[in-house]
Design a protein around this ligand. Structure first.
Ligand code: 13P
Length: 249
């Protein structure tokens, strides 16, 4: 059985005090045993305080990105070793905003993913197509390629440590989510791709989330799909009540 995983990607939002306010509110509402695994991905500046604030709770910490080198002259970057030091359980890699604004390539995503695994941090690797690619009928091909390159060199023992987030770019921050059925279809394809690379048995155990304009109002549509194992949430994760409603939805 795959445990549902719901992650809050705050993107470039929240100061330390705002982050701590969120965590306080969330802590007062969560049960020790939430059905879904809950992950909070604050900006780098809030990782340490949030890490301290969630100690002893069921909440997990995630970073929004990482560099693939361990240390050295890479001004402005953050290494997997540094994230490990802060008890980061997860780190997002290959978000479409990184791929788009910062020109991150599939090869770099693969390097980051493997560097995280080397440090015992679970990658949440994002894949997804633009509207143009969707309309040109390229979704399947594009997403398959992103998955194949992301997992290049990842041994079969590590595969189930990786979470995949299918985030169609046209659905991010637009209020226009994919339909549950459509997301389920693409996620099924991602699972079959993993099945071909590894085995169906392994693919069956990999968690694959949907992301893109998920809200408390539409989460049920995704939760009832057999292939979808939770959500990666942007805008609607900025409020503790709304994040928790999604996590329980
Ligand atoms: P929104 O939920 O704001 O559409 O963002 C989705 C996302 O990019 C999560 O990583």
């Amino acid at each position: 059985m795959r445990r549902k995983i719901v992650a809050a990607n705050w993107k470039m939002n929240k100061t330390v005090s705002e982050a701590l306010e969120f965590v306080d509110e969330l802590k007062s509402s969560i049960r020790e045993t939430e059905e879904a695994e809950l992950v909070i991905c604050p900006p780098f500046t809030a990782l340490y305080p949030v890490s301290r604030a969630i100690e002893g709770t069921c909440l997990k910490l995630g970073a929004q990105d990482v560099y693939y080198q361990e240390k050295g002259a890479f001004t402005g970057e953050i290494s997997p070793l540094m994230l490990e030091d802060l008890n980061c359980a997860y780190a997002i890699v290959g978000h479409s905003e990184r791929r788009g604004y910062f020109k991150e390539t599939d090869i770099e995503v693969n390097k980051k993913l493997r560097a995280l695994l080397d440090h015992g941090i679970r990658p949440i690797v994002c894949v997804g197509e633009t509207l143009e690619q969707r309309e040109a009928g390229q979704t399947e091909e594009l997403v398959t390629r992103q998955v194949e390159i992301a997992f290049d060199g990842v041994g079969q023992n590590d595969v189930t440590s990786v979470v995949i987030a299918y985030e169609p770019i046209w659905a991010i921050g637009t209020g226009r989510s994919a339909t549950g059925e459509d997301a389920n279809r693409v996620i099924g394809l991602i699972r079959r791709t993993l099945g071909k690379i590894y085995s169906d048995e392994i693919a069956k155990n990999v968690r694959i989330q949907y992301g893109g304009s998920v809200t408390p109002d539409n989460i049920a549509e995704f939760s009832r799909q057999p292939e979808i194992d939770g959500a990666l949430v942007g805008g609607a994760s900025l409020k503790a009540s709304s994040f928790l409603a999604i996590a329980r939805g």
